[in-house]
Design a binder for this molecule. Structure first.
Ligand code: HEM
Length: 456
């Protein structure tokens, strides 16, 4: 059998990875793989970052291609070429990817076309207007100040002993509790964000919202995979429980949820104007709830973990933030001091974000387009693995792969460098980045101040 297959495999391999690059010199080269169709599927699931670094080592800054489940995807590794992709939003389009993601949340093609079609006489479609509204809410200004104040004060209230309960508590004693740091970070951040953006009534309609969200998050890696129903039971039932609450919440008269943030009120009104039916509105609201809550808690977890493994850094940060608490054991910190006068805290949070966050930008090639001197063919998808750019030693230094909490303190320009993209970029640049940075710094400071660690 092996003898029969070997010549065929050899011809395929020789053509694919030696001859075809010579014939199609103007097209991105393919990262070699051994099994046709399967390609790098396994690496993508188990070690995508390593695969992207491997590609970078082979092809440098040139666009290259990788095969996943029979589909060849382009990879754009350099900051300069990512900028070129951003400059071509029509030919290298993000919408097909968002539509695909929305369909996984249950949004139908009919609803998607209402959301993405620009009506005669209008300059923007519903989706573009909603993203603009998110920016109005989340970019510096009075609307941001309002939710930020609420959010930060909730974080402060939630990080206390009495609030250690529910799924995060692994062992519960009279004077001692064993708590999952991951779960704790998630509960506090998601709870505070929910309370800052929605009225308390949401918890009346869905008292176990946080527990359901935790299950959803744990299972969400299955979302892009189209697995059979039996494998996604917990994913679907947690989503359906949250959506049950959101449905009842939407049915409430506006007077019954007076503390909604501006963006939630506006989003709901805009969905009414678009004429979406109730179930579709609930799916849209769920998709926004998820995107708002899916990242910050993970960052907080990794920051605290780094501090736990680096007691000296923890002590330095404790000393740095001390004046923000005016020496009190538990008092709301002086936020201006925290954000403006604690460079080590800020730089540590940024460094953990650089190393642990895994954003990948995606686009679909609508017409043949040249990027970095290579022709990208119509109909193919391209990936921008931002995290691989975070390991570029020409930008971040020879120790780019290591944790250096002082990195962005010593080189302040790094945070705005084009190779640093933890929040994506262009039209879809995360609008939550201002509030995310602040809540994460605040959580870290309050946590470092309130918790005494003893090694055992
Ligand atoms: C550390 C925390 C966070 C990280 C690392 C993060 C990262 C990202 C990334 C990578 C994107 C996609 C950008 C792209 O495709 O180019 C995104 C989109 C988005 N983020 Fe964040 N985010 C965080 C926190 C937040 C928060 C707190 C909110 C809101 C309260 C938020 C709201 C959004 C929204 C609405 C989008 C979609 C924008 C669009 O589709 O145009 N994010 N975020």
């Amino acid at each position: 059998m092996a003898v029969a297959v070997a010549p065929g495999w050899l011809s395929w391999y020789t053509w694919k990875f030696f001859l075809s690059p010579l014939v199609y010199r103007d097209e991105p080269r393919e990262l070699p793989y051994l099994i046709p169709f399967v390609g790098h599927t396994f690496s993508m699931v188990t070690g995508a970052h390593r695969m992207f670094l491997d590609g970078r080592k082979r092809f440098g800054n040139n666009p290259w291609a990788v095969t996943i489940m029979g589909e060849s995807l382009y990879v754009i590794p350099s900051a300069e070429h990512v900028q070129a992709v951003y400059r071509a939003p029509k030919t290298l389009d993000f919408d097909p990817f968002i539509k695909e993601m929305l369909s996984k949340y249950g949004i139908t093609a009919h609803t998607a076309s209402k959301m993405f079609d620009t009506l005669p006489g209008q300059t923007k479609n519903w989706m573009e207007t909603s993203i603009e509204n998110f920016k109005l809410q989340m970019h510096p200004g009075t609307k941001l100040d309002f939710v930020q104040k609420k959010l930060l004060s909730f974080i402060d209230d939630l990080l206390v002993w009495d609030r250690l309960r529910g799924r995060m508590v692994l062992e519960d004693g009279e004077e001692e509790k064993v708590v999952s740091l991951y779960s704790w970070s998630e509960m506090v951040i998601v709870d505070a964000q929910t309370r800052a953006f929605f009225d308390e009534a949401l918890y009346e309609k869905c008292p176990d919202l946080l527990a359901h969200f935790q299950i959803y998050e744990d299972e969400s890696w299955k979302l892009p995979m189209d697995l059979p129903d039996f494998a996604t039971k917990a994913l679907r039932s947690s989503k359906s429980s949250i959506e049950g609450g959101l449905r009842q919440y939407l049915q409430l008269h506006k007077d019954k949820r007076p503390n909604d943030s501006w963006i939630i009120t506006t989003l709901c009104e805009d969905m009414d104007r678009l004429g979406l039916e109730e179930t579709q509105k609930v799916h849209v609201l769920f998709s926004f709830y998820r995107v708002m809550n899916a990242n910050a808690y993970k960052l907080v977890f990794w920051i605290i973990t780094h501090l736990l493994f680096d007691p000296r850094l923890m002590e330095e940060i404790k000393a740095e933030i001390e004046p923000a608490f005016r020496g009190q054991e538990h008092s709301a910190p002086d936020l201006d001091y925290l954000f403006d006068s604690c460079p080590l805290l800020v730089s540590t949070c940024e460094e953990v974000l650089r190393l642990t966050n895994w954003p990948i930008g995606t686009r679909t090639v609508q017409v043949d387009t040249a990027i970095g001197g290579k022709k990208l063919r119509q109909g193919r998808k391209l990936l921008m693995p931002y995290r691989a750019m975070h390991f570029d030693s020409t930008v971040f230094g020879a120790d780019a792969a290591a944790f250096n909490p002082r990195r962005s303190m010593e080189n302040k320009a790094l945070v705005t460098n084009k190779s640093y993209r933890p929040f994506g970029g262009a039209a879809y640049y995360c609008p939550g980045r201002y509030i995310a940075r602040r809540e994460v710094q605040m959580f870290t400071a309050v946590h470092a101040k309130a918790v005494r660690y003893i090694s055992c």
